[in-house]
Design a protein around this ligand. Sequence first.
Ligand code: NAP
Length: 281
Amino acid sequence: LGPSSLTTTIIMESKQIPTLPETVGVVGVGTIGKAVICGMMKANIFKKVICSPRGKANVEYLIKRYPGRVEVAGSNQEIVDKCKFVALAVLPKQSLDVASALKWTREHMLLTLVAMTKTEDLLKAAAPCDTIVRAVPLPCVAEHEGITIVSPKGLPFTNAVASMFDRMGGSVIAKDDAECQVLQASTCLMGPFYAMQAACNEWMVSKGIDEKDGMKYLAGMFTGVAADARAAVGEGRSFGDLVKEQTPGGLNEGCVKILRKGGVYGKYKECLAYALGRLKG
Ligand SMILES: NC(=O)c1ccc[n+]([C@@H]2O[C@H](COP(=O)([O-])OP(=O)(O)OC[C@H]3O[C@@H](n4cnc5c(N)ncnc54)[C@H](OP(=O)(O)O)[C@@H]3O)[C@@H](O)[C@H]2O)c1
């Protein structure tokens, strides 16, 4: 199991917060539930994962892929009865009904992956469980790519969950739901990013490049650029520094000027504000 950071026992409100247990329960095994379970398995974080019966095709896939390590419960309550650490990954509109239908205890640690549903509402639905941490992973967490937002800051369980996601690609801790939403808003640029790549490829095809060759090149090239940015930020450089590093008078500098003049970066901020508004509900 995990590194020493996960084995520290911390006291909070005179209640001992244990290290992550050997078994985790997952209620809601859809796209993100499945991805998180694959990431957990790849990092060898838990000995066993107990899945809810819903999301049948994904559960069957996981049982086949991880024999003896993934099992399915007969009901959501069976998960809560068997696991102290439960991840909730149903749709926002289902989340409060699903949580309030279950019998929780103060010993439970609930990890919510549900966007939109407020922690305060979930605390009421899952009472008397009072240890709820939010995480916002993306499907690429399955392959330990990307980074997961974890909140709120300050809870020992938050630190344990963040350490867990550190072993699955990385984590950043947000102070509270509000800060989490601001960070999360940036995930709305994933679709526009793909749309930009699609536009690049359309242009290449119009110049005679084979569509598949164009896609292969663009996916690989942008993966390299993103990896460079992550390394630079890790070394203390900023995105502004990276822009300034572009060759003076070169192609990149020229393109940044065209896009700035066209107000494209302002439009990105408009997208972020739109996404934040939607996340706040
Ligand atoms: N997809 C992402 O990239 C992403 C990223 C971060 C967070 N999230 C959040 O993760 C949550 C799930 O999103 P998703 O994309 O994974 O949706 P999804 O693929 O539709 O998964 C939802 C799963 O919940 C199951 N479910 C429904 N009612 C249930 C119940 N009563 N008990 C147990 N399971 C039940 C569904 O089972 P059936 O298939 O049998 O209906 C389905 O497998 C959402 O709240 C979303 O905000 C998603």
